[in-house]
Structure formats: C-alpha cells, structure tokens
Design a protein around this ligand. Structure first.
Ligand SMILES: Cc1cc2nc3c(=O)[nH]c(=O)nc-3n(C[C@H](O)[C@H](O)[C@H](O)COP(=O)(O)OP(=O)(O)OC[C@H]3O[C@@H](n4cnc5c(N)ncnc54)[C@H](O)[C@@H]3O)c2cc1C
Length: 263
C-alpha cells in the first residue's frame, strides 16, 4: 500500500480578494478528483515552481455534470499573511497558473446525538467553519471567529457569531477565549482550528478541565506561529490514514500530526 497522495492538475480561473487578508481562488480541471463530503475536508496545494505543499480547506467543489468532461471547479479561500510560499504566490495575479492538488481528506465526524455545535477558529478556519454551518443548518451553532478583517457576510446565516480581533499579526488568544466559554447543556460537538500552540492548550483544557470524551471534539493546529519560513509542511493525509488504521481517535491523530510538525 502506498501512502503517496493522488494528485490532480488544475488551472486558476479566477482570483477575488474577499478582504485584505483573504483571497478566493477558483480552480478548474482536477480530472478524477473526488470530495470526501466531509465539511472540513482539505487538500494539499502545490504552486508553480514549488514541490512542497500547503494545506487548504475545500470551500466548495462542483463536479462538472453534463459537460461530458470529468473534473470540476474547486474553490479555496487563502489567507495572505506576512510571508510564506503560498502567501507570496496568491498575492499576485495567478489567473492562468497551473497548480497541483492532492486528494481530499476530512476529519469532521459529528456524533449522532449532537444537538449543538461550537466552532472556534482564526482566519484559516473560516472556510471550514462556513462549510460546517452550511452542512449542518439543523444544529444550534455558536462561532467564535478571531479575524483581522471585516468578514460579515462570509459565514452562512443561522449561526450566532462572536467576532474577535487578533491581539496582533500572527498572534492569537483563542485558548483564553475557549476557557471562558459557557458550555451548552446536552450533547454537542466542539470544533476548533488555528495556530498550533493555541490548539495544544485547548486540547489540554478539554481533556483535563472539561473532561470531554474525545468523540465530542476535534481540535486541529492549522499553522505554526514561528517567525522563520517553515522548512517543510507535513501532509496530514498519511498520518490520518495510519492513525485510522491503528484505531486511533481523531484527537490522537491530530496530536500525532502536531508532534510530526514539531520534529
Ligand atoms: C487541514 C488544514 C486546513 C487548512 N485550511 C486553510 C484554509 O482554508 N485557508 C488558509 O489560508 N489556510 C489553511 N490552512 C493553513 C495553511 O496551510 C498554513 O497557514 C500554511 O502554512 C500557509 O502557507 P504559506 O505558504 O502561506 O506560509 P508558510 O511558508 O507555510 O509559512 C511562512 C511563515 O508564515 C507563518 N504563517 C503560516 N500561516 C500563517 C497564518 N495563517 N497567519 C500568520 N502567519 C502564518 C509561519 O509561522 C511561517 O513562519 C490549513 C491547514 C491545515 C493543516
């Protein structure tokens, strides 16, 4: 069995600046690509002239139907921050560029008895939070979004959103925010993504402070707040598959992923 992810070629057909730090890219092509259907699904993106990938949430995927061709249209919302491989590429006019996308993976699995959702994240988590709300309009959903831009209108209607200002560029205080949340009664699901150190702190809080079962939450480190350019990104896909094969919980798998990136 190979752990190498399948890869698909795509062409950037549109680029739209949604806000000062968020760029929407529309990609066409992806012959043979399939969605997992999970609302937090991600792909690896390799931009021209690079071999390293960076991971992005599938904001939407529309397979071509009736056109007689395979493939479809994939939308990614990319954060443009201070400096970074994809950041620098996406800051330019990239329409017409050819990129490589790896197969989709997702980890959002709602317990069957969940009646509410708590979603917490920074700008990188906005695409997943938007898709989760779209996928589960039946659940009472509260969101805490720590974003530097005015993104009113980005999230689908229906959720109760608390907008938070980040304490500074590349900084987050989401761990502190989560510790102060007034937890709803009954069964539900907690989902959170953002800067890795904040996520590690929250895992401890959920396990030791709130004593939540690992099936009741999913907390993912999406990026590391270190100043130098990251030498490599670790593909969550093989870690995910190996963890699932070993019978690990989502939580244990994401902790393995954090450890792999710290090595
Ligand atoms: C499963 C998953 C889903 C993700 N979904 C999305 C998504 O939909 N949209 C999205 O924009 N990102 C998403 N991310 C996060 C994204 O992969 C990282 O932010 C990535 O490092 C960005 O690559 P880069 O080439 O711009 O910067 P890199 O070259 O990787 O990093 C350069 C420097 O920038 C810093 N840095 C990296 N990201 C940020 C940031 N967001 N803010 C401030 N500083 C940063 C790093 O500390 C590093 O020092 C996701 C990550 C994962 C694991």
């Amino acid at each position: 069995m190979t752990t190498r992810a399948r890869a698909y070629d795509a062409t950037v057909t549109a680029r739209e600046r949604l806000s000062p730090h968020l760029v929407r890219l529309t990609l066409d092509g992806l012959d043979g690509f399939a969605s997992t259907g999970l609302p937090d699904e991600w792909i690896g993106l390799v931009v021209p002239g690079q071999f390293q990938s960076r991971y992005y949430t599938v904001r939407s995927w529309n397979p071509s139907t009736g056109s007689g061709r395979a493939g479809g249209t994939l939308v990614l919302d990319v954060v443009v921050h201070e400096v970074g491989l994809v950041t620098e590429w996406a800051s330019r006019d990239v329409v017409g560029d050819t990129v490589v996308i790896t197969e989709a993976k997702g980890s959002f699995v709602l317990p069957p008895d969940a009646r509410w959702l708590l979603l917490v994240g920074d700008l990188t988590a906005m695409p997943a939070m938007a898709r989760i709300v779209e996928t589960h309009p039946e659940l009472a959903t509260q969101i805490w979004a720590e974003v530097p831009d005015d993104l009113a209108g980005y999230l689908p209607d229906g959720a109760d959103v608390t907008w938070l200002d980040p304490p500074g560029e590349g900084c987050s205080r989401l761990a502190e925010v989560v510790e102060a949340i007034d937890w709803p009664d009954g069964d539900g699901y907690f989902w959170m993504a953002g800067e890795s150190a904040q996520m590690r702190a929250i895992r401890k809080h959920l396990m030791r402070g709130r004593r939540l079962a690992t099936s009741a939450y999913d907390v993912m480190g999406y990026w590391r707040g270190v100043k130098e350019r990251q030498p490599r990104a670790v593909d969550p896909g093989p870690i995910w598959r190996a963890g699932k094969a070993a019978g690990k919980t989502d939580e244990e798998i994401w902790a393995d992923y954090d450890r792999a990136r710290d090595e």
